[in-house]
Design a protein around this ligand. Structure first.
Ligand SMILES: [Zn+2]
Length: 143
C-alpha cells in the first residue's frame, strides 16, 4: 500500500506560483478561484484543468463537488484523498476538446496526466465527459 502523505497545512499558500495545470498563468488567476468556490469554471476544459490542480493541492471537497452524483457513489472522499495523495502529479496535457463552451450543456476533454506513483512514472490518458447543470460543469464519466 502506498503511504498517505499528510495534508499540507496551507495547501493553497502559493497563489502566485504558475498553476499546476500548465496554463502558464499564476494559480491565483487560473484554477484557484474555482477551487476556492469564488466562481464557477466557465468551460469543460477549465473544469478539467481545475480538477487536475485540485488533485495536486489535495482539494478533495472540490473534486467531490465537481463529480456528478452518479460518480460520487463510486468512491468515498477518503478513497479520493488516498489516490490523489499517493501520486506525484507532474504534468497535464489537454489533447482535444469538443463543445464544453459557455452555453453548452455537454463537453468532452481528452487529456494525458503524467504522474509518479510508487516510484514509477505513469500516464493517465482519458476522454472525459462533462455536463453543465445550472451553470456548474460536472465530471460525468469517461468514454
Ligand atoms: Zn490552472
Amino acid at each position: 500500500m502506498p503511504s498517505i502523505k499528510p495534508l499540507p497545512d496551507k495547501p493553497l499558500s502559493t497563489p502566485n506560483a504558475p498553476c499546476p495545470c500548465g496554463s502558464h498563468t499564476p494559480l491565483n488567476d487560473c484554477c484557484l478561484p474555482f477551487i476556492e468556490g469564488k466562481c464557477n469554471a466557465p468551460t469543460a476544459e477549465a473544469l478539467m484543468r481545475s480538477r487536475y490542480t485540485a488533485h495536486k493541492l489535495l482539494a478533495i471537497d472540490y473534486l467531490w463537488k465537481t463529480w456528478s452524483p452518479e460518480q460520487r457513489i463510486r468512491s468515498s472522499k477518503e478513497e479520493i484523498h488516498q489516490w490523489a495523495a499517493s501520486c506525484d502529479w507532474l504534468q497535464l496535457q489537454i489533447l482535444h476538446t469538443q463543445k464544453g463552451k459557455p452555453g453548452d450543456t455537454e463537453g468532452i476533454v481528452e487529456f494525458v496526466a503524467l504522474f509518479r506513483q510508487g516510484g514509477q512514472l505513469q500516464q493517465h490518458h482519458e476522454v472525459s465527459v462533462f455536463q453543465c447543470v445550472l451553470g456548474n460543469w460536472l465530471y460525468v464519466d469517461h468514454q
